[in-house]
Design a binder for this molecule. Structure first.
Ligand SMILES: O=P(O)(O)OC[C@H]1O[C@H](O)[C@H](O)[C@@H](O)[C@@H]1O
Length: 532
């Protein structure tokens, strides 16, 4: 029988076996783990057994998954619709034969040198003040990843020390309110604006960039505006022509390459410029962490070792859950307030990569990437976990840390007790018999029972160090790639974001001329004009 049919058979069978029963098999549970540098990946709470794993491995081989992974690292143009390589792994490589690697190192060194000089006061604002504030302007991939990392490291003890007296702000939304919030109480004389845009044409970013330069030059009037921009603005982009046109000197522009996709650009200058400016050389460890997972992912992409390859397992399980068990949504649940912006980054990474309608060859797909959402625990428990326990079945991904950034071990234990309890509650549920034993009134039994059988996996790290933050990033980048490879999608383009942008331009013209007759949104537009 064809492998896909056998997987389908296996899915039909395992759907009949409650997770309670799967979890009662201690030997099975012990097999359902992988460990790398003391990161424990435990997928015993997923709907898989030994046979499922064997079939998933067989499918991975038959579909050329390992070759696809190697092709990515080799720089083959796997982003076929844009004819580009996908080489974000090169950005954190320690060594490489790739012809562009010297350039990668050179930019990295330039960023570190520039950041070091800003931090030690060698580079000052135009009026001679230190540049304590970094205002990053960018959106989508030029914003979400850097913000997740900046937040994750805010309370990491070394980073906390390195960033005393400094401010790192992000401005993404074209909503003028975001501008007000991002610049609130910032002294322009002490502010360095970093304009981050791969294309340097994104409407929101360009509008905010123009506003920010106007904000700087209107406040700092002691010097000509070109001088103010020269001292207070730098850029990250792969479009050096556009940065020049904007008036930014080349030595203040940190480039990257078309083989770095926006949502995969955290370890390019997109993330490195803000992060080195704010946290200093600590960020070396972030790159090392990402690199350690890159090596794991590549080195164990083979027949004998794939069960030790955590990102590959995460991808296989995600694909299995979505394609065969038909769970259409996924919750990313870090038990760490420091990861407050992690889910936002993963939403873009996952949904922009794998939310696709056709395969690489253009044939339509019925199922592709799931809906992704998330929130740190325990906050999420008091919000949407109700649905996860008694409503729809959501593939849940728990991320926890043995040690906290804080020395309050009592509160950390409290947090982590929830991290351990929730996957059990989802999987085991609570039966009517159990409720009756507790003398639950009959009328309440249907409301209080939990069917259970809801799958999850858990990633347990020793601590949210700078290194671990890089590891976490790379784990998710590669799991998304694996799922895309299994579906045979191009996970590296994003044509689905274009139509809305085009229509917005037309609406802007309609608003300017106040002509909406026959417009599909005529009702709303008229209301807007009348009430603005
Ligand atoms: O970095 P930029 O060129 O400004 O692009 C910013 C973002 O906008 C686009 O619309 C895409 O949806 C994202 O993938 C991209 O990261």
């Amino acid at each position: 029988m064809e492998i896909l049919a056998r997987l389908q058979n296996q899915a039909n069978q395992i759907k009949q076996i409650h997770l309670r029963d799967l979890l009662s098999q201690r030997e099975r549970n012990q097999v359902c783990t992988a460990n790398f540098e003391n990161i424990l990946f435990d997928y015993s709470h997923s709907k898989v057994c030994q046979t499922t794993l064997d079939l998933l491995g067989e499918y991975a081989i038959s579909t050329g998954l390992f070759d696809k992974i190697r092709a990515m690292y080799e720089g083959q143009h796997i982003n076929t619709t844009e004819n580009r390589a996908v080489l974000h792994v090169l950005l954190r490589a320690q060594e490489s034969q790739h012809p562009q690697f010297p350039e990668v190192l050179q930019i990295r060194e330039r960023i570190k040198d520039f950041a070091g000089k800003v931090r030690n006061g060698e580079i000052l604002g135009v009026t001679g003040k230190p540049l304590f504030n970094i205002l990053c302007i960018g959106i989508g991939g030029s914003y979400l990843g850097p913000e997740f990392v900046a937040e994750a490291l805010k309370t990491e003890p070394n980073c906390m020390r390195e960033s005393i007296g400094r401010n790192l702000r992000f401005l993404a939304n074209v909503d003028p309110v975001d501008f007000l919030r991002a610049t609130h109480e910032l002294d322009p004389e002490e502010t360095l604006v970093v304009i981050i845009s791969k294309t340097f044409t994104t409407a929101e970013t360009m509008m905010n960039a123009r506003k920010a330069t106007a904000w700087l030059t209107s406040h700092i009037t002691s010097h000509p505006s070109e001088k103010v921009i020269e001292h207070h603005v730098c850029a990250v982009s792969s479009n050096l022509q556009k940065t020049k046109e904007f008036g930014i000197q080349d030595e203040r522009v940190f480039g990257f390459w078309d083989w770095v996709g926006g949502r995969y650009s955290v370890t390019s200058a997109v993330g490195l410029v803000p992060l080195y400016l704010h946290y200093g050389p600590q960020i070396d460890l972030f790159l090392q962490g990402a690199n350690s997972i890159d090596r794991l992912f590549l080195e164990k992409a083979n027949l004998n070792q794939w069960k030790e390859n955590i990102p590959l397992l995460m991808g296989l399980l995600g694909w299995w859950n979505t394609q065969f068990l038909e769970y259409s949504s996924r919750a990313v649940l870090p038990y760490s307030q420091a990861l407050v912006r992690f889910a936002a980054h993963i939403q873009q990474l996952d949904m922009e990569s794998n939310g696709k309608q056709c395969k690489k060859d253009g044939t339509p797909v019925e199922v592709s990437g799931p809906i992704v959402f998330g929130e740190p625990g325990t906050n999420g428990q008091h919000s949407f976990y109700q649905l996860m326990h008694q409503g729809r079945i959501v593939q849940s991904e728990f991320i926890g840390f043995c040690q906290s950034h804080s020395s309050d071990s009592e509160a950390h234990n409290e947090l982590m007790s929830n991290f351990f309890a929730q996957p059990d509650a989802l999987a085991l549920g609570k039966t009517t018999e159990e409720l009756r034993k507790e003398n639950c009134p009959d009328a309440l039994v249907p409301h209080k029972m939990f069917k259970g059988d809801r799958p999850s996996f858990s990633l347990l790290f020793p601590a949210l160090t700078v290194n671990a933050c890089g590891q976490l990033l790379a784990l998710y980048e590669h799991r998304v790639a694996v799922e895309g490879f299994l579906w045979d999608l191009n996970s590296f383009d994003q044509f689905g974001v274009e139509l809305g942008k085009t229509l917005a331009t037309k609406v802007k013209q309609a608003i300017a001329s106040e002509t909406f007759e026959g417009h599909p949104s005529e009702n709303l537009l008229l209301h807007y004009i009348n009430h603005r």
